[in-house]
Design a protein around this ligand. Sequence first.
Ligand code: ADP
Length: 275
Amino acid sequence: LSMRIEPPPTDDEIGRLAHSFNRMVARLEEAFQRQKRFVSDVSHELRTPLTALSGSLEMLLLGADRGDLEAARRLARGMYTEVQRLQRMVEDLLVLTRLDAGRLEMRRELIRADDILATVCEQAEHLAHGQTLRWSVAPGTPALLGDKDRLRQALLNIVDNALKYTPAEGTVELQASPASGGLVMLSVRDTGEGIPPEALPHVFERFFRADPARSRLGRRPGGSGLGLAITRELVEAQGGKIRLDSRLGEGTTVTILFPAAVDGRAAARGEETVR
Ligand code: ADP
């Protein structure tokens, strides 16, 4: 895909047409390259758990456990973890592909801030391992307008990260408050290990992990590196914006600016769909 029209040195209509044709080709080339990189990243990411799985299976088949039931169980547990990782990755990839194709339908419903924060905390409770998890809504925070399930998923991804990178004695705090311009501010603040400054510009990129070894030290297997990429797309597809601030050794705050529902009265009625 390397067709360009050498633009004639004129500024007439033909010259302009040639220019816009070239711009179009450049955009196509870019998209093509992105696609190629994505496929190669995906293959690479799938290879890691698959290699681990086939290694363990081989050991089992060779009888490396020597009839030791406990050793066999350990291997099986490790394999189960890798399978779960693969499952998560495939689910994430499906969501991303649908988002890319614009095939993920977004509802527009009224979402009460207290409702969504309470639900997210409730669902995240079992991911916590000792940390304090709490939420609050500032007075006068309007209801939000968007897809409740997708917003919940986005917030859950963020809280999941916050818990993954925050020690047991730490705190993860969700807050909602009014923001200017018909927006609501939702934030998730943690007192965890933070992100190195050089990694910050990349955290929303697909497959990016600040330190792949780090997340695997913890209680749960490392993520796919797709969580924040999906989260950002879910938020932006609903007209929201997301940013991440972090200080190494101090903690991380993820802030979402989300469209507010304008009709406060309707907001009080809760979940009803806005037409
Ligand atoms: P993963 O599936 O690895 O969690 P994400 O896209 O969700 O992928 O996050 C990308 C990377 O950003 C993580 O691997 C981690 O290094 C870093 N990160 C995200 N959130 C936090 C946080 N709250 N504290 C520290 N590091 C974080």
